[in-house]
Design a protein around this ligand. Structure first.
Ligand code: NAP
Length: 302
């Protein structure tokens, strides 16, 4: 096989992609992973995975790094290029990047998801100047200050607790009247005196000069301005699936629809993890998806 042709190409070096690629390489298939950013995907920004992965590192970056090293040892070719297109060709697929094109007999889409944006005035303008996507990385910049976290799911509650390790006060603003997060995160939030919860409220704008200084919040009864130094929106994820052919069905959120084995309606094209419709949001869900798809892909290739 040439150095641009593989049995399997896995798009995305998040935990799902790393898991599937490692398993397939260990079975003897020539396997490449493509990653446009840093390996590890969303977990890279999590200091303490909760629950910690069985037998693995509890820190997100260390866990991903451990898997990346094991994959290299197993013979996975890691290619640091963004996949821009994917098209059926010669009984498999052509994988196109800005730097070139590759052929794969089977392709696993494990491109994950990114944090959704609020879409309010000031959010893009103050990115990196108070607006952050990473509580663990940027939390230490807000020592003893007040920050706001927006959202009512696992991410918002978990990261609100992380921020209390650094900040004086964490405002947790949720548009609904009840959280949808796991109970143990709700309990941690309730028990933390540094977190002030505001239900039924939405952030309308992020305001400031050089740095974030305030947010304007709609409380349902009107608007009020609150002084904050940092803004962390954890309002869900949107899948990175723009390069996947239009012929592949998506659900209403843009995630790829597959059958039980994680294969799409296009034979030999599979989707796993946060990019797949119906995959649960936990690390274990992503890894289970990866194991199941790797078995099915291996069976197809034999
Ligand atoms: P999520 O579960 O989709 O929750 C998003 C939250 O943001 C919801 O409370 C939603 O409100 C709110 N929201 C959505 N759009 C909004 C908007 N435009 N303005 C204001 N609020 C908005 O997202 P997530 O918390 O990021 O979690 C994603 C997945 O990862 C989930 O499956 C989760 O279980 C998983 N996860 C697991 C762990 C863990 O196990 N340790 C940690 C983090 C995440 P409504 O409730 O009103 O819809």
């Amino acid at each position: 096989m040439s150095d641009s042709a593989f049995d399997v190409v896995v798009i995305g070096e998040g935990i799902a992609g790393l898991t599937a690629a490692g398993l397939l390489a260990k079975k003897g298939f020539s396997t490449a992973t493509f990653e446009q950013q840093l390996f590890g995907g969303l977990v890279i920004n999590i200091n303490e995975l909760d629950p910690a992965p069985a037998g693995g590192e509890a820190g997100g970056a260390a866990f991903a790094s451990e898997m990346t090293g094991a994959n290299a040892d197993a013979g996975v070719t890691s290619i640091a290029e963004e996949v821009t297109a994917l098209a059926p060709a010669d009984g498999g697929y052509t994988v196109t990047t800005a730097a070139g094109s590759y052929h794969a007999r089977q392709v696993i889409v494990a491109s994950g998801a990114k944090l959704k944006m609020l879409g309010v005035p000031g959010e893009a303008e103050f990115e990196g100047r108070g607006v952050s996507k990473c509580a663990d990385c940027d939390g230490p910049m807000f020592q003893n200050e007040t920050v706001v976290v927006i959202g009512g799911g696992d991410s918002a509650l978990q990261e609100a607790v992380v921020l209390t390790h650094y900040c004086g006060k964490v405002l947790l603003i949720h548009r609904g009247n009840a959280f949808r997060a796991q109970q143990h995160f709700v309990d941690q939030v309730k028990a933390n005196p540094k977190i002030e919860v505001r239900f039924g409220s939405t952030v309308e704008a992020i305001l400031g000069g050089q740095m974030v200084e305030k947010i304007r919040v709609n409380t349902g009864a009107g608007s009020e301005e609150l002084t904050v130094a940092g803004v962390f929106a954890y309002i869900g994820l949107e899948p990175n699936t723009g390069f996947v052919p239009d012929a592949v069905q998506r659900d209403a959120t843009g995630r790829i629809v597959t059958g039980d084995t994680a294969e799409t309606a296009l034979p030999g094209l599979w989707a796993i993890g946060a990019a797949r419709s119906g995959c649960g949001g936990s690390l274990e869900d992503a890894m289970q998806d990866a194991r199941r798809a790797a078995e099915a892909v291996a069976a197809r290739l034999q």
